[in-house]
Each structure stands twice: as C-alpha cells, then as structure tokens.
Design a protein around this ligand. Structure first.
Ligand code: AMP
Length: 423
C-alpha cells in the first residue's frame, strides 16, 4: 500500500517524499481513507504509531481541496486539542512539514508562557490551531479565538487528558464547537470514562485500532496464574522472592492500586516504587532513575504513566490486573523481550478477569500457559473476627461491624469467597 493508493494528493505526497516516508503505517492505512470520506473516527493508538500523520494528512488534504479565495482573515477550520506542550509543538511541526506545499497555515498555543506571541499570530489568522486545553479556553474567553468555523476537531491522547484533569475544560471546548463538523478522537487506552466521553463527541464513528507488532506477543514467554484479588500481592511477593526477577514492571489498573502494591511490597522488604500521574515529574524521574540503576527492582505503573518509560532490559512484566482492552495487554508485554532479550510476562487473573483473558487470547491468537500450582491457589482473605472460631464472649467486635455499618476508616471490606483456580 502506498500513500498514493490511499488517495493522498500531490502536494502532500511531495512533502512525504522529502520526509522519506515510503509507506503508510497501519494506523495511517486504516484512518486516511475513512477521514477522506468525511467520517468521524475513534482511534485506539499510541504516540509512535504514526498517529499524527494519520489525522494531519487527511485534514490538510480536505482543507486544501476546500480552500476558497475568500478575502479577509483566515478562520480556524481545524482544531487539535492535545494534553501537553511537547505534543502540541510536535503536532504543529508535523502540520508544517506535511503541509508545506499546501499553503495551509497553522499555529500552536500552550500555557506556561506569555500569550503575546501567540495572540499576534492568531490575529493574523490561521487555518489549523493546535492547542492545550487550558490556554485554549483562556484565549477563547478573552475573545482571541472563535471556534465557530471549525470543520474538523481532533481530541488527541484523550486518556492522558482525563488523567491530567482536563475533563471540564474539554467539555467546555466541545460545547463551543459547531454541530456540523468531522470529529476525531484518539486514545491509547479505552477505559469506560473515555468511551463515554467519545460518545459525547463523535457521531457514528468508524473505529480503528492498532497494536504494536503482533510478533512481540510471540517472542515473550507468557504465563497466567489464577488467583483471587486478595491473593495477588501475596503471590507477587512469593514470585519476587523465589524467582530470578531482576527488573520487573508491574502494571496496576489504578493509581491507588499502584500505591498499595508498593506499600505491601515495602512491608515484605522488597524495594519498589510507583509512577503515575499523581506523582510529580521529579518523583517520576527519580523512581525511573532508581529502577534503571537497579536500586529498585520493581516499578509499579499505570498504563498511561508506563508509556513514558524507556527501559529496554526488563526481565519481567507483571499484569497485576488484566486490562479490559486486549490491545493494552500487547502494549504491556511488548515492554519486555526487547532487542532479542528473553522476556517473561506474568498475568494474575481473578474470577472477574477471566473474560478479559479470553479476549486477549483471541487477539494474540494463542493460549497463555496456566501455572496451576502455586501456594495461593485457594487463598482466602483473613476471616473477619466475627466469623472466626472464637468462643462467644471472647469475640472482639470488628471495627465498624455494627448494624449501622459504622463507616469507620479501618472497616474490613467484605470479600466474596475466593474463587478457585481453573477456568
Ligand atoms: P507519531 O505516532 O505521530 O508521533 O509518529 C511517530 C514517528 O513516526 C514520527 O517521528 C513520524 O515522523 C514518523 N512517521 C510517521 N509516519 C511515518 C511513515 N509513514 N513512514 C515513516 N515514518 C513515519
């Protein structure tokens, strides 16, 4: 497949040629025809897959083909909202490079700098605006930006945007967009809140999804342990203590979960640190530095935070929680077994996650080896005091176990009975 076969026009082909792009990447191959047909798009893809060109090329092309000779200031016809200044700058540069023979003008705005230079360019008029949410809203409120003429809107890295707390800004921005427009929505992960947001923004979208090279899944040795939720930390500690695991990246679905794992490993004298978006940039850098130097052998991360981790020689990836999006599993295990190194991916699967496991196996087209023998196969959490075989009268009342429910902080959570191993 070539860019020409995808329907890309000459002035853009020329720019791609001088960039040395010979073939479209999978996300480009899938997205460009859909976008050129004017459809909304929901894309599951990470940075690094060629995602920027996947949306920039068709937008440039559609703008170029619909260019009119109307006099007066250019109006913003395409809006790209992205979470960080770095991404915004990169996207702006991509539009400039790919659009250098089209005459389409773009600019980039982001916070943390004085607005003067940005408003000056906006006042001259641009076709494409790349923005971070806060500065965009700010300049809209000051009257420097009108979204009334936007025909193409892109929400980039939506999961990261929500993670960084931009949801209210996003909703305010969306509310100002004209109803008649083509909308694009990209996210590397698709948790329920992202799916809900995408439904608010997109009409009847076409969906595209790219996974890293499927062969990574074949190179990595993969095993799964069936274990109850409360048994997972015990099993992790056991494995870390009994197997040669030198640099281990543990994936947790939530930030809170990541912190909890680190705390429990710490109690077992295993050096671990967590990285997620609630940690400052400095704290993340330090954690990463300690991990790379081997000072800590375990790094616990959420999917979003892990994207920034550039560590090549991981011995193990542990899926403490199985992801509900199968592609995320492939992204995760692709972090080990790089550069020919043998990597091992260990997954913990509780009863509720068995459906996720089935989806993953369908995607990778292989069965993951089950480790049936382990000390926590039938692990049940400690029995709350009221149920324990303690003679009546000697029983201690469990905090918060009163009829009112107590609401006390230390109240033991009620567990369903621990599921048995096996499918
Ligand atoms: P992105 O995912 O948009 O950040 O792109 C990742 C990198 O791939 C960027 O450095 C792009 O310049 C490059 N790239 C994008 N598309 C292609 C392509 N079709 N051929 C070669 N390189 C590409």
């Amino acid at each position: 497949m070539t860019f020409l076969q995808l329907g890309v026009i000459d002035p853009i082909l020329k720019a791609l040629d001088s960039e040395g792009y010979t073939h479209p990447t999978p996300i480009q191959e899938q997205s460009i025809p859909i976008l050129l047909r004017g459809k909304d798009l929901l894309g599951c893809a990470q940075t690094g897959t060629g995602k920027t060109a996947a949306f920039a090329l068709p937008i440039l092309q559609l703008l170029y083909q619909k260019q009119t000779q109307a006099k007066g200031k250019r109006k913003i016809k395409a809006l790209i909202v992205t979470p960080t200044r770095e991404l915004a700058i990169q996207i702006g540069e991509s539009f400039s490079v790919y659009g250098k023979h089209t005459g389409i003008r773009n600019t980039v705005i982001f916070g943390g700098v004085k607005q003067g230079a940005q408003t000056k360019i906006l006042n001259r008029g641009v076709d494409v605006l790349v923005a971070t949410p806060g500065r965009l809203l700010d300049l809209m409120q000051q009257g420097f930006i009108s979204l009334a003429d936007v025909k193409y809107s892109v929400l980039d890295e939506a999961d990261r945007m929500l993670d960084m707390g931009f949801i209210h800004d996003i909703k305010k921005i969306i509310a100002k967009l004209p109803a008649q427009r083509q909308s694009l929505f990209f996210s590397a992960t698709m948790p329920p809140d992202i799916v809900a947001l995408s439904r608010k923004i997109l009409g009847n979208p076409e969906k595209v999804s790219v996974t890293p090279d499927q062969t990574t899944a074949e190179k990595v040795e993969q095993v799964v342990y069936f274990v109850s939720k409360p048994g997972k930390t015990k099993l992790l500690i056991h494995l870390l203590n009994t197997q040669a695991m030198n640099s281990v990246l543990v994936f947790s679905r939530t930030k809170h979960g990541a912190n909890k794992i680190v705390k429990l490993l710490g109690r077992a004298k295993i050096a671990a640190e967590a990285i997620h978006s609630n940690k400052s940039q400095g704290a993340r850098q330090r954690a990463l530095g300690n991990f790379k130097s081997g000072e800590t052998k375990v790094l616990v991360a959420t999917d979003i935070a892990a994207r920034g981790i550039d560590v090549d020689d991981l011995s193990h990836v542990v899926n403490y929680d199985l992801p509900n999006i199968s592609e995320t599993y492939v992204h995760r295990i692709g972090r080990t077994g790089r550069a020919g190194a043998s990597g091992i991916a260990i997954s913990f699967c509780d009863d509720e996650e068995k459906a996720y496991l089935r989806d993953i196996e369908k995607l990778i087209k292989q069965k993951i080896k089950i480790i049936a023998e382990h000390p926590f196969v039938n692990y049940k959490p400690e029995v709350p005091a009221k149920d324990a075989a303690v003679p009546y009268g000697l029983r201690k009342k469990a905090p918060g176990s009163g009829r009112s429910g107590g609401g006390g902080g230390g109240r033991p959570r009620r567990h369903r009975s621990a599921p048995r191993a096996g499918r």
